[in-house]
Write a protein that binds this ligand. Structure first.
Ligand SMILES: Cc1ncc(COP(=O)(O)O)c(C=O)c1O
Length: 334
């Protein structure tokens, strides 16, 4: 464990803007356990990060926009699917710091009902004042990115999910924050479970938990790509980010990546993810999102590797605004 004052000095060396409400709560789920049995699940409530319905991107954007402002950016540009939580949070963060925001959104998820196309995050992007460019796929997104940069070379380009090493610093801070909460609550979790797509959230947690002295195993639940691809991204980001903060490379044996909940692919719900949304909502009054946390929580509920006597932390990374976009899938449940 690195001394807290050293960690604070290290992170303070990076430009950062205050966007969130920290620390986010760490909460037990007693009713869920009484109903279903299983391990003691603690929710790390990053869905309550405080910026425009919250979520994991708030932490990354504190560092990414800190960097953009320091470099004198004239605006911000980023990418995602039509219902991207990252894009909604980037629009909000840009508004907060007074920078124009361009969102390049792809129609890669095969849904075209009115809720998906016009509600949820897509609606909020408009409310938050972003300029939205809808394109077919990642290739078209790169072309549009080039055109926008030609028109304004001062735009700061934030990659998908904000998962650069600088963005990942946000989850180093989260891991350190969680380590302190676990110490205070005298909880030694058998695992920290988190949804993973662009990898920065899981990678930052790996580094931060170790720096904070709580090197729990991290179980990343792949919701975008297969386990091998997701693992390679997390490993790369963990190594780069650790070196950015001059920390030792994290012990990668602590990382497992599982893609058994992927189903038919990114953005497509499964019976298990749907059931996970229902059970947490109806026992704890906590909403999951349909794309990320529902699949990660479904993994946790199905996992036979975690003992019923164990504590386990589920990092709730937000995204519930997506439920409105998936109204067709959720409205009919009883
Ligand atoms: C709600 C939610 N959870 C988890 C993730 C995954 O985080 P990462 O892209 O850092 O792997 C995202 C990414 O957009 C998200 O929106």
């Amino acid at each position: 464990m690195i001394a807290l004052s050293d960690i604070e000095t290290t992170l303070a060396a990076f430009p950062r803007v205050a966007l969130g409400h920290w620390p986010t709560p760490l909460e037990p789920t007693d009713r869920l356990r009484a109903e279903r049995g299983g391990p003691r699940i603690w929710l790390k409530r990053d869905d309550c990060s405080g910026l425009a319905f919250g979520g994991d991107k708030t932490r990354k954007l504190e560092f990414l926009l800190g960097e953009a402002l320091t470099e004198g950016a004239t605006g911000v540009m980023t990418f995602g699917a039509l219902q991207s939580n990252h894009c909604r949070q980037t629009a909000a963060a840009s508004a907060r710091v007074g920078l124009p925001c361009h969102l390049i959104l792809t129609t890669q998820v095969e849904r075209d009902d009115a809720h998906y196309v016009g509600s949820g995050n897509r609606l909020l992007d408009d409310v938050l004042g972003a300029t939205v460019h809808v394109v077919a796929d990642n290739d078209a997104a790169l072309v549009r990115c080039g055109e926008l940069l030609d028109a304004d070379p001062g735009l700061a380009v934030i990659g998908p999910g904000g998962s650069s090493p600088v963005g990942t610093l946000g989850y180093v801070a989260a891991g350190i924050e969680l380590a302190a909460q676990l110490r205070d609550a005298a909880v030694d979790p058998a695992a920290v479970v988190v949804a993973s797509s662009t990898g920065g959230t899981a990678a930052g947690l790996l580094v931060g938990l170790e720096m904070g002295g709580a090197p729990a195993p991290v179980r990343a639940v792949a919701v975008y790509a297969d386990a091998a691809t997701t693992r390679a991204t997390i490993e790369y980001l963990a190594a780069e980010t650790a070196s950015l903060v001059s920390a030792p490379a994290p012990n990668l044996a602590r990382l497992t990546v599982d893609d058994s909940m992927l189903g038919a692919g990114y953005g497509i719900e499964t019976d298990a993810s749907h059931a996970a949304v229902d059970v947490l909502a109806r026992t704890e009054g906590v909403l999951l999102d349909p794309v990320y946390t529902a699949k990660a929580f479904a993994f946790l509920l199905a996992s036979s590797e975690i003992d019923t006597d164990d504590d386990v932390v589920f990092v709730h990374t937000g995204g519930q605004t997506g439920l409105f976009a998936y109204a067709d899938a959720f409205a009919s449940t009883s």
